[in-house]
Design a protein around this ligand. Structure first.
Ligand SMILES: NC(=O)c1ccc[n+]([C@@H]2O[C@H](COP(=O)([O-])OP(=O)(O)OC[C@H]3O[C@@H](n4cnc5c(N)ncnc54)[C@H](OP(=O)(O)O)[C@@H]3O)[C@@H](O)[C@H]2O)c1
Length: 241
């Protein structure tokens, strides 16, 4: 299958692309970081994968959509790329940073999904969300509220697509010791809100509540294969599978 993964060259997205490449999928990786994209492309090609990498900033409303349209159809879109957004009381954080997080996490996801739906005959769209989009995560509200919006977008798109063979699923990969969560746990800051978040993240890790990255990536690969299409509109997470 031809799978486009936004943010597929780094961190959790790179773990996803590694497993998908090993399973023989043809990959298209996007992100902002040209160097990371080139490295991931070379590593995956060295493993024998068919892969292409493109700079496409999700903050640009048209970049990912244009790329998807130029590819002439994909089978699966993994909307993985996202920002963690500013940390602190909502009324104190930089409002431009707060809103930009929505532009990337919500508009970026929605417009990529729209382009995929317009060009695909069948397949699936997987929106990577978070526990933060289901439960309240105070002091990271741009992240939490934008991910909550993506959960609702998934539910609505699934109904609108019920007469077409396109599934739309939310995927919460669990708390994984990589990327945002690892940086959160390792943040060493004098800021009391950042410190609170990093202490909480470390306590979750110490309590064994993190999901191993391999488990998280393996479940994503099962969703990519279509094993959960019958649950279109729903939220899949390693805790329930
Ligand atoms: N790590 C966890 O424990 C965890 C838990 C729950 C959910 N998630 C979700 O999993 C996904 C990946 O998280 P992560 O931990 O790997 O985060 P990360 O380390 O911050 O990586 C974010 C990824 O998104 C890409 N990205 C960010 N802004 C972008 C933009 N404007 N345009 C295009 N790409 C952009 C980055 O690539 P560039 O820098 O090249 O742009 C990078 O590949 C996110 O959706 C996150 O919400 C992660």
């Amino acid at each position: 299958m031809k799978v486009l993964i936004t943010g597929g060259a780094k961190e959790l997205g790179r773990a996803f692309s590694g497993v998908l490449a090993a399973q023989g999928h043809q990959l298209v990786l996007t992100g902002r970081d040209e160097e990371a994209l080139a490295i991931a492309e070379a590593e995956l090609k060295a493993q024998g994968a068919a892969v292409e990498a493109h700079v496409a900033d999700l903050g640009d409303p048209h970049a990912t959509a244009k790329l998807i349209e130029s590819l002439g159809g994909i089978d699966v879109l993994v909307n993985n790329g996202a920002l963690g957004g500013p940390v602190g009381p909502t009324w104190q954080v930089d409002e431009n940073d707060w809103w930009h997080t929505f532009e990337v996490n919500l508009r970026g996801t929605a417009f990529a999904a729209n382009a995929a739906i317009r060009t695909m005959t069948s397949g699936r769209i997987i929106n990577v969300v978070s526990n933060a989009g289901v439960h309240r995560w105070p002091y990271v509200t741009a992240y939490s509220v934008s991910k909550a919006a993506v959960v609702k977008l998934t539910e609505n798109l699934a109904v609108e697509l019920k007469h077409r063979p396109i599934a739309v699923l939310s995927y919460d990969p669990g708390m994984v010791d990589i990327g945002l969560m690892r940086r959160g746990a390792e943040m060493d800051s004098g800021d009391p809100h950042q410190r609170k978040i990093s202490e909480w993240a470390r306590s979750q890790r110490a309590a064994g509540r993190f999901t191993p990255v391999e488990q998280s990536a393996d479940l994503l690969a099962r969703i990519v294969r279509g094993e959960f299409d019958h649950l279109s509109g729903g939220l899949i997470t390693p805790k329930d599978s």
